[in-house]
Ligand binder design. Structure first.
Ligand SMILES: NC(=O)c1ccc[n+]([C@@H]2O[C@H](COP(=O)([O-])OP(=O)(O)OC[C@H]3O[C@@H](n4cnc5c(N)ncnc54)[C@H](O)[C@@H]3O)[C@@H](O)[C@H]2O)c1
Length: 259
């Protein structure tokens, strides 16, 4: 990997943790930002064990600008100027729009979309200041492109559509600084978020249905979208910006009508 540090938001769990560990295996310095402190520390320890030049956990709520700014300044001092950012922290809270409280809507938009805005804002400023370019990957979703057949995903889908638009705008605005900005589009992936809106007793049935309806016939392991992220962060993707790398088992390629 290139010199400099890699920042992963939502690095305690799921796709973020998997990406942090892949970056560590390649010898990167990784800052793991999350609100789950013990799990972030666990990811950092594992990252150091498997070869990270350095890896540290930082408590950071991506919705809090002062905390994002202060944390990124600390990462820069301790791990070096950011070379890459995986802006990935997210939540999924469902509900039909006519019943959705403003508080629920705002929690999803603030975490998923405003969180990406804030982390990108302060990492972009640091990248421009360091003058070495960089690469940013944000986590979108098939929900940013199509409505989920199961319904009730308006806030989540709106947040992800917003992230996809933000990615294209940032790619155009920051190309002049040698900063690339792309999105990864994970499909159904075995993480806590995947099951956030599914009662425990229904998970086996939902897993079976999702597997049957996904062209590749299964859910992804978090390491699979993480591999796409690490490629986009790397210099191997040096001419790729403003794009979406779809890693969804074929979900978006398939029309929902089965007859
Ligand atoms: N799992 C899937 O099927 C799937 C599919 C498409 C997109 N995604 C996206 O992938 C990203 C990662 O999700 P995941 O599936 O790995 O879920 P996950 O729940 O395993 O990880 C999400 C992480 O984000 C952290 N987080 C939540 N709110 C935060 C905040 N305010 N500040 C800092 N950290 C915060 C959580 O603590 C958690 O560690 C999300 O943006 C999600 O929308 C997931």
């Amino acid at each position: 990997m290139s010199l400099g540090s890699y920042v992963v938001t939502g690095g305690s769990s799921g796709i973020g943790r998997a990406a942090a560990l892949l970056l560590a295996e390649k010898g990167g310095s990784v800052g793991i930002l999350d609100v789950q402190d013990d799990a972030a520390e666990d990811t950092a320890q594992e990252a150091r064990r498997i070869g990270a030049a350095d890896a540290r956990a930082y408590h950071c709520d991506v919705t809090d600008e002062a905390e994002v700014q202060a944390t990124l300044a600390k990462v820069r001092t301790e791990l070096g100027a950011p070379r890459g950012l995986f802006a990935n922290a997210g939540i999924d809270r469902g509900g039909l729009l006519h019943e959705l409280s403003l508080a629920r809507w705002e929690s999803v938009i603030q975490t998923n979309l405003t969180g990406v805005f804030l982390t990108c804002k302060h990492v972009l400023a640091a990248m421009i200041d360091a003058g070495n370019g960089g690469s940013i990957v944000c986590t979108s979703s098939p929900g940013g492109f199509v409505a989920f057949s199961a319904g009730g995903a308006a806030a989540y889908s709106a947040s992800k559509g917003g992230i996809s638009s933000l990615v294209r705008c940032m790619a155009v605005d920051y190309a002049q600084y040698g900063i690339r900005v792309n999105a990864v589009v994970p499909g159904p992936t075995e993480t806590p978020l995947m099951w956030a809106n599914v009662p425990e007793g229904e998970r086996a049935r939902v897993r079976e249905t999702v597997s049957a309806e996904t062209p590749l016939g299964r859910l992804a392991d978090p390491s699979e979208p993480a591999q796409a992220v690490v490629w986009l962060l790397s210099d191997a993707a040096s001419y790729v910006t403003g794009s979406h790398l779809i890693c969804d088992g074929g979900v978006l390629a398939k029309a929902a009508l089965s007859v």
